[in-house]
Design a protein around this ligand. Structure first.
Ligand code: 5RP
Length: 218
């Protein structure tokens, strides 16, 4: 199977966890795009969705799925999203698509985080994938200096602006042995909106697609 076929298999497995009549939390990325396409087949069974990016909102709307403003919703039973890396404790690096801040916000409101991945995303230690950090534009140089002090190599994502009007700095070369403390430490740098470590609130369920099928891990 190709990587995209594996992504699709993981994404479609997540449909089993969607509650009838509920609002679904929807992440961002190529794996989630398969999930959105699958969700379209059961759109009459859900109330609608809260989305983590303009791209996902557009795709949901194109399928006739109503997209709600998060501020009008008290709680979301299930949030479905992909990851760039996920470790054994279900801490993740996310934000390869630059949607990390809204993803973290929707995940925070959701009762259950269902992570959908192909097997290549599973790692022992997070950090091979460059850690995305969303930054207020005027703080770009200050934040980059502070990130370099942590031992990584910060690189501005050229030509990219987030849905929130901010910049992304990708930090290369970090070996993240304590994801919770690294997440907290980076978020304390003035000018950082948030970083792509999802450790404080990791995934609750991992649907991991490999050549043998989809493993359901929790
Ligand atoms: C976007 C994300 C994505 O979930 C992550 O980048 C994985 O993407 P893909 O499903 O395309 O491999 O965090 O901000």
């Amino acid at each position: 199977m190709t990587q995209d076929e594996l992504k699709k298999a993981a994404a479609l497995a997540a449909l089993d966890y969607i509650e009838d009549g509920s609002i679904v939390g929807v992440g961002t990325g190529s794996t989630v795009n398969h999930f959105i396409d699958g969700l379209a087949g059961m759109r009459n069974r859900i109330r609608g969705a809260v989305s983590s990016s303009e791209a996902s909102s557009k795709r949901l709307a194109a399928h006739g799925i109503q997209v709600f403003d998060l501020n009008d919703i008290d709680s979301i039973p299930v949030y479905v999203d992909g990851a760039d890396e996920i470790d054994g404790g279900f801490a993740m690096i996310k934000g390869g698509g630059g949607a990390l801040t809204r993803e973290k916000i929707v995940a925070a409101v959701s009762k259950r985080f269902v992570c959908i991945c192909d097997a290549s995303k599973r790692v022992l230690t997070l950090g091979r994938f460059p850690l995305p950090v969303e930054v207020i534009p005027m703080a770009r140089s200050h934040v980059a200096r502070e990130l370099a002090r942590l031992g990584g190599e910060p690189r501005l994502r050229e030509g990219f602006v987030t849905d929130n009007g901010n910049l992304i700095v990708d930090v290369h070369g970090l070996a993240i042995s304590d994801p919770v403390s690294t997440e907290t430490r980076i978020n304390q740098i003035v000018g950082v909106v948030t970083n792509g470590l999802f450790a404080e609130r990791g995934a609750d369920l991992l649907l991991l697609a490999g050549s043998q099928g989809v493993e359901r891990l929790q």
